[in-house]
Design a protein around this ligand. Sequence first.
Ligand code: ADP
Ligand code: MG
Length: 627
Amino acid sequence: MQEKGSISIHTENIFPIIKKFLYSDNEIFLRELVSNAVDATQKIKRLASLGQYSGELGDLRVEVAFDADKKTITISDNGIGMTAEEIKKYINQIAFSGATEFMEKFKEAKDANEIIGRFGLGFYSAFMVADKVEIQTLSYQEGAEPAFWVCDGSTEFEIGDGILEERGTEITLFINDESAEFLSQYKLQEILDKYCKFLPVPIKFGTKTESVEDGVDEEGKPKYTSVEVDNIINTTNPIWTKSPSELKDEDYLDFYKQLYPFSEDPLFWIHLNVDYPFNLTGVLYFPKLKNDFEFQKNKIKLFSRQVFITDEVKDIVPEFLMLLHGVIDSPDIPLNVSRSFLQADSNVKRISSYITKKVADKLAELFKADRKAYEEKWTDIGLFVKYGMVSEDKFAEKAKDFVLVTNTEKENFTLNEYKDKVEANQTDKDNQLVYLYTNNPAKQDSFIQSATKKGYDVLVMDSPIDNHFISHLEQKLEKTSLKRVDADVADKLIRKDDAPETVLTEEQSTKVKDIFNKAINKPAYNVQIESLNPDELPVTITMDEFMRRMKDMAAMGGGMSFYGNMPDNYKVIVNGNHKLVNRILQEEDEAVQAQLSKQAFDLALLSQGLLTGADLTEFVKRSVSLI
Ligand code: ADP
Ligand code: MG
């Protein structure tokens, strides 16, 4: 039999299109051809299990080989094979997926998904790297004749008698000059490792040397000899294909090491497993995050029926979940399509919300099962949970029950617990709950101490996400606001009706204000006399909470440049009830008055790290003279 014909497509030049536009990464030709070979072996297995094939199955396997001299790469399998008629149907008619018909036939098969054509034009991706492609094949069907097909990348092909004597298919690519890099052991091994590492059928690529025990030597110690064994590049049953009940913690940890050899152990993991309304399996790991979540080198890997597709999962998992590591495998995620299409795809949307829910459920479960262990991990997961809450409302809804806040005593509370704790003492005269926080416990120590003295609790909010988390809490919590502990003097942080009485007359107040204004002599500092508790510091310097936040946001590029450009403005709060103020008023020598007020002011600056340079030097000199 010898026949010539044209590949039935509508445009004459589909090959140049395939070469240029369809696949940006030409290395995936190997993924496509190996997947086809794997599919072919799966199909024969399926036919045997349905009783429609009664011959020997043999050891089902796929083999990849290359010949640098002949410039060929060969992919062979002992799968289902093809008759000449099937070649015409499945190979010649581009875009007609043979899997469609196969599907019709075996609709009732349980794992029908397994055989849906994977990537549409898969086979033709060979022409991205080859000038000529040959197929030698022998169908499993009784009495089938071996068939041969060759095509040089034009729309002309030749079909004829083949030479195979065993069931299966052998595809040979004659690699073109631009793609010579693929004719290397190292390069092919690398591509196979990337895409084929977890395929369900053993993939052989050459041989490797292994040392095996071979009897004992004179001293009774085991002897070793080297033998050549098949180099099988894949693990056929990766853990995500197994049921969680079969797996131990070590299995999950080993697999993590296999995926990311140089990483610290993860904190915990989630085994994903759904088959309705979409099909998805996978294992997601929670890494130790620390504070450098911008820098995440281990990405989630996306597979489709054990074939690696990509580690750009941006449109499939919500952004905050990209902090996780691990694998997701779903035949339902459309592949080789544009990003915008992915975003609009309803399966992708459902998958994304499913994963979000699973992650939230897992965290809730950990929290419930062992609060102590959960708290120990909080430094690592806290960042992730807060990030999730500010970016995903659905997640926030669930996470509000297990998100923790931590105070300066390092005690952790849920939001409800915290409310109960501070409600009595931290509700202001307008019935508004005020949560106090510090973003820098060392620097704001004097403020924290003053607040604690009043029985207030102070939360530590010092991670990069906390600015956003604070706004989030204010939006979500009823009648609650958050104030940084240095936003005001302790007496005024939470306005109550029980303000201490003023001891100064209005006239004295004005006089004190003048003395301080003169002594400080800086326009950015606005002096204000307040009647505070006598044991509060004589002078405190604060920046208004609102102004500070606006400036913080401007600094982070939040588009508040108006505030960013405003000069820093501070409030200098002089405690009119402090005995030092009284002493200044009594003092008759104006120079001493000025010196005392300057000293009190500098001390306030000092406690906040605002006293620097010449001012600091002057302060030290003055202090020495005062002793
Ligand atoms: P898809 O895999 O999506 O069906 P391909 O272009 O990759 O599309 O392959 C087209 C068809 O060619 C396959 O569906 C299958 O019927 C047939 N085919 C390709 N490679 C093999 C093979 N190694 N063994 C048997 N049939 C094959
Ligand atoms: Mg294919």
